[in-house]
Design a protein around this ligand. Structure first.
Ligand code: ADP
Length: 282
């Protein structure tokens, strides 16, 4: 039903196009040495370099606790890394005040969460308009077009409670795209959907990249979802441990299983050590 166009295959770290003092202008986002350490020396993310060119659909994958959310939060300006720099569309985030960072997130970053996070007291159209209204514009035509784009042109006056879960997530996609952001972060956007609704949402994200040149970074544990992207980045233990260009579901599934096994071995090893050292059973 949906035709997919594959990306160009340029690896995420490769650079093309002119380079300015702020990094290549073609990059939607650039991370240099970005790390996040919590108190008591918990390292959630070891320093990572990552450049995502504009017009790229990237999946971030890895077992639970591997650092995916931390990476996403730091990249999106929702959390401040303890090392390194993040640039969104050439703007370095650490130089921004909280107010400027909030404005940048509202105007230049789109978010899609696992739960659609629509405001229940607002209509569907008002939900899509929200990022524009907060920025001082009505954007009626953009909202109308955005809803039409996700196949909900006739449902603008409905309340979110009148829509299915899949339809709500399509509204969330329209809301994420309405400002024409530099980058869209999607955190398990299909995690609560049935396969058909998931497919619709993934097709919309794919089209946003292919047709409109948007850039999407999607955290997912689902190999089928990753197969819609141009590249999958694998994390384990807070480090980037692999990359797969033009990922296919079977290959991604194998990698995820092997990472899961590796984590299991690490954990079991830890138990065994504790068992020997502390007299506890493995
Ligand atoms: P994922 O999204 O892959 O499940 P996270 O980024 O949530 O992984 O977590 C990575 C690591 O950082 C985990 O070991 C987690 O326990 C730890 N971590 C996450 N948030 C905090 C926090 N606020 N304080 C301390 N440790 C944290």
């Amino acid at each position: 039903m949906f035709r997919r166009r594959r990306g160009t295959g340029r690896a995420t770290g490769e650079r093309a196009g002119p380079v300015t003092a702020q990094g290549p202008v073609s990059d939607a986002i650039g991370l240099e040495g970005v790390g996040r350490e919590y108190r008591r020396g918990v390292v959630a993310l070891h320093p990572v370099d990552l450049a995502v060119p504009r017009g790229r659909f990237l999946a971030v994958m890895g077992p639970s606790g591997s650092g995916k959310s931390t990476l996403l939060q730091c990249a999106a300006g929702l959390d401040r890394p303890t090392a390194g720099t993040v640039r969104i569309g050439g703007t370095e985030l650490s130089s921004l005040s909280e107010a400027a960072l909030t404005r940048l997130r509202r105007e230049r970053v789109g978010f899609v969460f696992q739960a659609h996070a629509l405001v229940p007291s607002l209509s569907v159209a008002e939900n899509v308009a929200l990022p524009l209204l907060l920025g001082g514009t009505a954007g009626t035509e953009r909202v109308r077009q955005g809803l039409a784009d996700v196949g909900l042109g006739e449902r603008g006056d409905a309340a979110p409670s009148e829509l299915s879960g899949g339809q709500c997530q399509r509204v969330a996609v329209a809301r994420a795209l309405v400002t024409g952001p530099d980058i869209v972060f999607a955190d398990e956007p299909t995690g609560s959907l049935d396969p058909a609704a998931a497919r619709d949402v993934l097709a919309l994200l794919r089209r946003a990249v292919d047709r409109d040149g948007h850039t999407v970074v999607m955290v997912t544990h689902d190999p089928v979802a990753a197969a819609w992207t141009d590249e999958a980045l694998f994390l384990a233990g807070g480090r980037v441990v692999g990359r797969e260009t033009r990922p296919d579901a079977a290959q991604v599934g194998r990698i995820m299983r092997s990472l899961g096994r590796a984590e299991g071995v690490e954990r079991d090893g830890g138990h065994e050590r504790r068992g020997r050292d502390g007299g506890r059973a493995a």
